[in-house]
Every structure is written in C-alpha cells, then in structure tokens.
Design a protein around this ligand. Structure first.
Ligand SMILES: Nc1ncnc2c1ncn2[C@@H]1O[C@H](COP(=O)(O)OP(=O)(O)OP(=O)(O)O)[C@@H](O)[C@H]1O
Ligand SMILES: [Mg+2]
Length: 391
C-alpha cells in the first residue's frame, strides 16, 4: 500500500491537488481513498458531491466513482466510536469547573484527537489491505506536523508518563477521591487510552518508510509561501518522513500579462530559487486556472497538467530515508538547515535533535545507546553526528 500525504500553507491548493491525484490514481486502476485530515473539511466540496452542508455520510468511506472513495474524519462521531471513556472523564472534569453538560462535552476534545482518529483508520485500512493508495489531504503545515508527530509523542507519553501515572493513581485514588471534588481518571479511562494506543501501533514505521509514505508539499510561487514550504520540508525530514515532490500551484500563465506582468516576472524568479533550494527534489507545476477547481471535470483537468505524460503518482521515486545510522554516526538529510541553529544532546536512549524551535527525539539503535554525540558537521546537505563513548 502507498500513502501520499499532501501538506502546505493554508489555501495553496492542497485539497484540489489531493483530489485530482486521487482521481488520476483511480483511473490508473488503483483502489484509492482520499481522506481529509483537516478538521475544516472541504473534500466533498472539491468533488462537488451531492451532500448537504453538514452531511455525515462522508465520515465513512463514500464512493465517488469506481475505485475512488473519499472520507472526512468526523470528530464527534469518532468520540462516540473510540473515545468514550476518555471523553467521559474529560467531560466530568470540565463539569466540576462549572461548565454545563453540553459545553463540557464540546470542550472535551483534546488537540490531536482528530489526527489520531485519522491515523487509526489509515492503520486499519493498511492492516486490512482495503486500498492500494491512501491520499491524505492535510490541514495547513502546523497541524499536519502534529499529525506526523503524534505517534512519537504518544509513544513517549506511554513510555514515560502513562505507566507511572496509572500506578500512582492506583495508590492515591481512594484517598484523593474522598478529599477532592475532582474525580481522578478511572481504570476504564486508562484501558481506553491503551486500546487507542494499540490501534495506531506500528504506524510510525509506515510513515517513515519511503516505500510506503511520500510527502508532497503544495506551494505557490510567492516568497512567503516558499519560506513556509522550506520550513515544512525541514519539519518533515526531522520527523523522518520523505518529501519526494514539490507542487507549485497557481502559476500565472503568459496570458495573464498586462495587469499581472510584474507578478508573473516575480513568480519566475521565485521558481528559479525554489529549484535551487529543493534540488534534487523535482518541482511540478499547475497553472492558475480561469475558474475555481471544483467538480470532477475541473479536477480531471488539473490532474492532466500535473501528470501530463500519464505518469503514475503512486510510484516510489525517492527511497532514501532522512535518517540513517552508520558506524558510530547518525546521518540526517537536512536540505537547508543552518548550522548554528542545530542543537544535539542525549536523553536516555534517545538522541535529541533541535533545529531552531523544532525538536525531535530519535530512538538510537542498541549499538549506540552507550554513546554520546561528540561532533556534528554539515556535509553535502546531510547533518552527520559523530557518536563517541563517554571518556
Ligand atoms: N490552480 C488553480 N487555479 C484556480 N483555482 C485554484 C487552483 N488551485 C486551487 N484553486 C482554488 O483555490 C481555492 C483553495 O484551494 P484548496 O481548497 O485546494 O486549498 P487548500 O490548500 O486545501 O486550502 P486549506 O488550507 O484551506 O485546506 C479553492 O477554491 C480551489 O478551487
Ligand atoms: Mg484543504
């Protein structure tokens, strides 16, 4: 199975490109699901499905045409399906702070629940081999990153907090519940968390395997959008995901000259800069159309320009992993991270890499657990961290 993840700045055309790609894949004969991971879903609109404004039918795979389903994860429904005990606990907690029943229930949505729910489906479809390709239409960059960081965060929580928390609570609950008006989480809460954790087990290996998952960044030929695309590239690499394509959408066509002449010249300059930055990652282009890209026909036209030679978007074109472990060294592909911004330290059996404001815990292979990061150098777009035994 292949997972193609489309991310990028708000409004650049992620949903349109993901939908067009899904259509093209279905035509090539792949059993395809286009799934929205963005709480502000717009897939149904993009496909111009005959659904009402707040339709729940797309909360489960909804067939658009042969070989093509769409799904928009609906958090209210997912809570009923998978988060009952977590949600019940949060609701009771919020109620003690004076909120009414309905408000408490509405507030009892934790950041990340939506992303986690989507991830559970991806994992389920992968296990059950339901689809050949899953195209993920993500929320703007920051939230997409939360999506890909979720397994690591949760893994960390389970390893470092969950067991401790659960054990402490076992001891203090009887006393605490008598003293405090706030009820502590019950065993069923922890069982629920464990069950959810089980459902996403293994997903990080899938997301970090370039043979399965490829990230495609949708961008526009504008400086601000380019900068966000660069940041996104570093985010995803740091999280071990492989970016194999940049899609520059809404490029002004020559006919746009006249009022848009200066814009078009500026775009040409930005495109040259992008080529240099992202090399060897290929750029793909789509023009600004004279109308909104909505409905099957216009999506097909977008697919035609994106995959003009009948190309197969499911092919694996970059198999290099962002992380690799050599003899006493950790290598991380970092296209354009600046040296001064990189911080490294060891915490337990993990190497912590910091790039500016970003941080990632990298699990070290057992052969390296006893080593410490000694030196780092940037070598041909790769951060090489030398690991040495403690003197
Ligand atoms: N190449 C294009 N030419 C003309 N209109 C386009 C093009 N690409 C996208 N659009 C239109 O721009 C709008 C935003 O596109 P889209 O919803 O795909 O962006 P998005 O990145 O998914 O946005 P969001 O961040 O809100 O999810 C839509 O109305 C879409 O039809
Ligand atoms: Mg969108």
């Amino acid at each position: 199975m292949r997972i193609l993840l489309y991310s990028g700045k708000g409004g650049v055309g992620k949903t349109s490109v993901a939908a067009a790609t899904g259509l093209h894949l279905a035509k090539l004969g792949y059993k395809t699901l286009v799934m929205s991971v963005d709480p502000a879903h717009s897939l149904a609109d993009s496909f111009a499905l005959k659904t009402t404004l707040f339709d729940a039918r797309t909360a489960d795979p909804f067939s658009v045409k042969p070989n093509l389903d769409v799904q928009e994860v609906n958090i209210q429904l997912e809570i009923k399906r998978h988060w009952r005990q977590v949600s019940t606990y949060l609701t009771s907690l919020l109620r003690t702070s004076g909120l009414g029943d309905v408000e408490a229930e509405e507030m009892a949505i934790l950041p990340g629940m939506e992303e986690l729910s989507a991830m559970m489906y991806v994992n389920q479809y992968r296990r059950e081999k339901t689809y050949d390709v899953i195209v993920l239409d993500c929320a703007p960059t920051a939230e997409s990153l939360r999506f890909v960081a979720m397994p690591t965060t949760l893994d960390w929580y389970m390893k470092h907090v969950f067991t401790v928390e659960r054990n402490i609570l076992k001891v203090i609950r009887p006393v605490a519940n008598r003293l405090s008006p706030v009820e502590l989480p019950s065993d069923s809460y922890f069982d629920n968390v464990l069950e959810l954790f089980g459902r996403i087990q293994g997903i990080e290996n899938v997301l970090e395997d370039p043979q399965v998952t490829s990230v495609r960044l949708v961008s526009n030929a504008e400086r601000m959008v380019m900068r966000e695309t660069q940041r996104a590239f570093v985010y995803f690499s740091l999280h071990g995901l492989t970016v194999d394509n940049i899609i520059v959408n809404r490029v002004l066509p020559p006919e746009a000259d006249g009022f848009f002449k200066a814009w078009r010249e500026a775009q040409t300059g930005i495109i040259d800069e992008m080529k240099a930055y992202f090399d060897p990652i290929p750029l793909r282009f789509a023009p600004l159309f004279s109308e909104e890209v909505m409905g099957l026909e216009r999506l097909e036209r977008l697919a035609e320009v994106l995959y003009s030679t009948g190309e197969d978007p499911a092919l694996v074109t970059r198999a290099e992993r962002p992380y690799s472990f050599g003899k006493n060294e950790v290598r991380l592909l970092l296209p354009f991270a600046i040296k001064g911004e990189i911080g490294l330290f060891k915490k337990g059996d993990e190497l912590v890499v910091e790039i500016g404001t970003l941080r990632r815990h990298v699990g070290l292979p057992t052969s390296m657990v006893a080593l410490q990061p000694a030196r780092a150098r940037l070598e041909d777009r790769t951060l090489v961290v030398e690991m040495r035994p403690l003197a």
